[in-house]
Design a protein around this ligand. Structure first.
Ligand SMILES: NC(=O)c1ccc[n+]([C@@H]2O[C@H](COP(=O)([O-])OP(=O)(O)OC[C@H]3O[C@@H](n4cnc5c(N)ncnc54)[C@H](OP(=O)(O)O)[C@@H]3O)[C@@H](O)[C@H]2O)c1
Length: 288
């Protein structure tokens, strides 16, 4: 058991602030007679996925969103899924659309995602939106990377001009986060390095990071010897074994880091908040 010296960076206060702004924007839309609507699609009967949908629907209701939902059976065809996506895309009363991931094996999730109207893509993962991010154009941002930028900004951690090292180049987290944090904005503007399995001596890079972000999905891959004393450590990567969450960042890193996200409740809450920020922005866009 290590002694914690690092300042903890919980995600909940960050999420609360983002969601308070979302609630204000929802109220303004409702004053104009627009009920913002976030549609969800679940394919199959995976308990965890159904649970995530329920959480999002509850949160949607609390914020004042309508949340139409379509639950397709586990043996639904790709065409059946596309038909539901098309219906939501074409419904002027629906503003945001989310296909719960993962889908059953026989479903091609990427093809389904490409069918979603990019302006309704609240996950910010449509290839067009990743392209917009790369080009510096406005559009829905991928939720976890955007949540990490918001978390750093909330805790007034300087990012501009500093050395950020991201372990992992996955499409969900590492790669879009690198694009985001290297943009020319006060809350980004960093010297970003991305390391992965192709960089055998990756600890050499993480050891010099002012801000180290774990995005590998390999439990315990970040150990104290990988952290520069006093650095900020953000744990984005996690793996689930059943309901047990196994983070990339070993808890003992708190003895070396200056600030660190907690084992549970770090990046996760900010990801969910960003989903609703994308949803309210989609409603504003589609109702002008
Ligand atoms: N907290 C949240 O709300 C949230 C949300 C979304 C995702 N996540 C988590 O974020 C993580 C990343 O997601 P993703 O979809 O971007 O993942 P991914 O596509 O699986 O990418 C993982 C990356 O980690 C690298 N990596 C894996 N093992 C490594 C090792 N031993 N040494 C060095 N690099 C290694 C991989 O390198 P190669 O490219 O060389 O294979 C890859 O670039 C996952 O754990 C996911 O669960 C969390």
């Amino acid at each position: 058991m290590s002694t914690t010296t690092a300042v903890l960076l919980p995600g909940a206060p960050v999420a609360e602030q983002i969601l308070a702004d979302v609630a204000t924007r929802v109220a303004k839309l409702r004053e104009r007679g627009v009920v913002p609507s976030l549609a969800t699609i679940l394919v199959g009967d995976d308990d965890a996925s159904a649970g995530y949908i329920r959480i999002k629907q509850r949160q949607a209701a609390e914020l004042g969103f309508a949340s139409p939902h379509e639950h397709l059976p586990a043996d639904a065809t790709q065409d059946a899924l596309h038909a539901v996506i098309d219906r939501f895309n074409e419904d002027p009363g629906v503003h945001g659309l989310l296909i719960q991931y993962p889908t059953p094996r026989h479903i091609d999730y990427d093809t389904a995602l490409q069918r979603v109207d990019p302006d309704m893509d609240v996950d910010g993962m449509h290839p067009l939106n990743l392209g917009r991010l790369a080009a510096g154009m406005p559009g829905p941002l991928p939720c976890t990377p955007a949540g990490i930028e918001a978390l750093l900004a909330h805790y007034e951690i300087p990012v501009s001009g500093r050395e950020v090292v991201i372990l992992g180049r996955g499409a969900t987290l590492g790669r879009p986060l690198a694009m985001l944090l290297s943009q020319k904005r006060p809350t980004a503007n960093a010297a970003v390095t991305v390391v992965h399995t192709g960089v055998a001596d990756w600890p050499r890079y993480t050891q010099r990071a002012d801000i180290l972000i774990a995005a590998a999905g390999v439990p315990g891959i970040i150990q104290p010897e990988h952290v520069k004393p006093g650095a900020v450590v953000i744990g984005g990567g996690v793996r689930y074994e059943g309901r047990r969450l196994l983070p990339d960042v070993d808890e003992s890193c708190a003895a070396v880091a200056g600030a660190i996200t907690p084992r549970v409740g770090g990046v996760g809450p900010t990801t969910v908040a960003m989903l609703f920020r994308n949803a309210v922005a989609a409603a504003e866009l589609r109702s002008t």
